[in-house]
Design a protein around this ligand. Structure first.
Ligand code: ZN
Length: 357
């Protein structure tokens, strides 16, 4: 799977960790653009889940990827061809010149869909799928019939002893009747079943559905940490970058007197600047992580070579997840107009705790 999700290893590591720990939610939503790998990540996820010979790597190997499906066991082979009997797809569809009638559903197009996904490496757009299906002029939808079929599918036992999986691609194109039926299925999950939703515009989905799924956000890929860091760095002013580095040093030592003064500065930057600042912080932390586990270049630009060399080693598999989560929470809080002073103070404590791990 690693080829399909290049540039998404931080997220992939978080997902394989969840699978390994057995805390697998029965309904999950992968949110993000197909071109950024949201669908590819969902497919890699289910392949890993059912792989009979999961590979685990040592730190520093495989560019920081901690685990991967083997690609060779019978289950993996079937997943790679999208031919696994326990994997069922639901996607927008419509009456085509070949398939007519009022009862048309995803079940009528499983083969076309497999061909399409394999040929686009799961990165195609909705428009290109509709062209592939020959329904350019019609609105493809996920309808009641699809919801009925997927409920039936999930009620069956797995054929091969693993998870029974239904994957809904472009879940935002579900009509209301289908969505309400799906809701019932979400409320009464059966054992060892997994419902995966993939969506580019989850804001178009019912809140009642969103509140019942675990959400996995897939962001644009990071091909080269140094390069993407420099574009974020350009969005930050030199002064802000200095603020960031000074902050990291304080967190490292947790000097309280300086910290509260520093948090004052951060909390008066204005929300737009704060968002850019936190985005930059997230990129730097990811860059440091890739530097420490895979030796990829990162430049903190603190003006202090010793610090630039030493700091990235503080970030590893033991704390990257917590650090990312803390930063993302803070971004979310700032977006929702939370009190910036409290937000940055809380974030400072969280990061300092993370760095000590
Ligand atoms: Zn395998």
């Amino acid at each position: 799977m690693s080829e399909d999700i290049k540039g998404q290893y931080v997220l992939a590591n978080r997902l394989t960790e969840i699978i390994d720990s057995g805390r697998i939610g029965h309904a999950q939503l992968f949110e993000g653009k197909n071109e950024d790998g949201a669908f590819a990540m969902a497919l890699a996820y289910v392949q890993y889940l059912n792989c009979q010979n999961k590979k685990h790597y040592h730190e520093g190997e495989h560019q920081g990827l901690r685990a991967d499906s083997c690609g060779e066991c019978p289950s993996c082979k079937k997943f790679e061809q999208l031919m696994h009997t326990d994997l069922h797809f639901v996607f927008p569809n419509a009456v085509t010149p070949k398939v007519k009638g009022s009862s048309v559903s995803s079940d009528d197009f499983q083969e076309e869909f497999r061909d399409y996904v394999l040929s686009t490496k799961a990165r195609g757009s909705m428009g290109s799928w509709f062209r592939h299906l020959g329904i350019e002029n019609k609105q493809g939808m996920i309808r009641e019939r699809d919801a009925d079929n997927l409920t039936k599918e999930l009620s069956l036992c797995s054929y091969e002893g693993g998870y029974k999986i239904v994957l809904i691609w472009m879940a935002e194109l579900m009509n209301n009747t289908a969505a309400n039926k799906l809701l019932k299925t979400l409320e009464e999950p059966s054992e060892k079943t997994l419902l995966l939703l993939v969506s580019e515009r989850s804001e178009g989905m019912l809140d009642t559905i969103l509140s019942r799924v675990q959400r996995v956000v897939v962001k644009p890929e990071v091909d080269d940490s140094a390069q993407s860091l420099s574009s974020k760095a350009q969005a930050c002013t030199a002064e802000e970058r200095q603020l960031f580095v000074d902050w990291l040093r304080m967190l490292f030592k947790l000097k309280m007197t300086n910290l509260s003064e520093h948090v004052d500065k951060l909390s008066t930057m204005g929300r737009e600047r704060q968002k850019i600042f936190l985005g930059y912080a997230l990129e730097v932390m990811r860059g440091c992580f890739l530097n420490s586990v895979a030796g990829l270049p990162v430049n903190l630009e603190s003006g202090d070579e010793k610090f630039d060399a030493a700091f990235p080693r503080m970030i590893g598999t033991g704390n990257i997840e917590m650090i990312e989560q803390s930063l993302e929470e803070a971004m979310y809080a700032i977006e929702r107009n939370a009190n910036p002073k409290i937000t940055f103070m809380k974030l400072s404590f969280n990061l300092s705790r993370g760095l000590k791990r």
